[in-house]
Design a protein. Structure first.
Length: 194
């Protein structure tokens, strides 16, 4: 599936509606809350980021630490001139919150590998780095507290995060109301029930 996502990431910037529609049809055939749920959210994030900021988008990229060989998945990677942003995407139903243990793992295990990989690879080898954690659901109180703490104390790179309602708001602001409605419907964000 990852190689398919890498190829789709090139298409999402050229013809997002066709790609998202094909993905929706495949999701209906396989059952939405299988692995397709996370992949669909990554496509939405990639499309949204590209529509807001332009630049290059990669989806489902595998990062490897050049020294110890440790690997981690980069859900969405965005590069524009001096800035590289790696997005961690969690597509959860509203009954499941992102826990502090997931945020801690992302910060302590995944980000260091991604930072070394960025430094070691062209064209993602220079400039500022930002790491964002986006979810379709919400963050637990402990996870939010940890994210705020990490954002304040981290100096070498930036930390940001968005919950499902914030992602939907961004979609609306970027004139992607139809996509915002789909996100709300599929992941049952907020009080939207169809």
């Amino acid at each position: 599936m990852n190689s398919v996502l890498v190829n789709i990431s090139k298409q999402i910037t050229n013809d997002p509606d066709t790609v998202l529609n094909l993905f929706e049809k495949a999701a209906k055939l396989t059952g939405f809350y299988g692995n397709m749920s996370g992949d669909y959210f990554e496509l939405i994030v990639g499309h949204l980021v590209h529509s807001l900021h332009g630049g290059e988008i990669l989806i489902g990229e595998m990062a490897e630490d050049p020294i110890n060989g440790k690997k981690t998945d980069i859900d969405v990677l965005h590069k524009k001139s001096y800035l590289t942003v790696a997005y961690e995407c969690k597509a959860y139903p509203q009954t499941k919150e992102v826990e502090d243990s997931e945020v801690d793992y992302w910060f302590r295990e995944q980000i260091p590998v991604i930072r070394k990989w960025i430094k070691n690879n062209n064209p993602f080898d220079s400039g500022e780095q930002r790491f964002e954690f986006w979810t379709t659901s919400k963050f637990s109180n402990q996870a939010t507290k940890l994210l705020v703490e990490l954002k304040q104390k981290t100096k070498k790179f930036q930390i940001e995060y968005k919950d499902g309602l914030q992602v939907c708001d961004l979609l609306k602001k970027s004139q992607k109301k139809k996509l915002s409605d789909k996100l709300k419907r599929y992941y049952k964000i907020g009080k939207y029930i169809n």
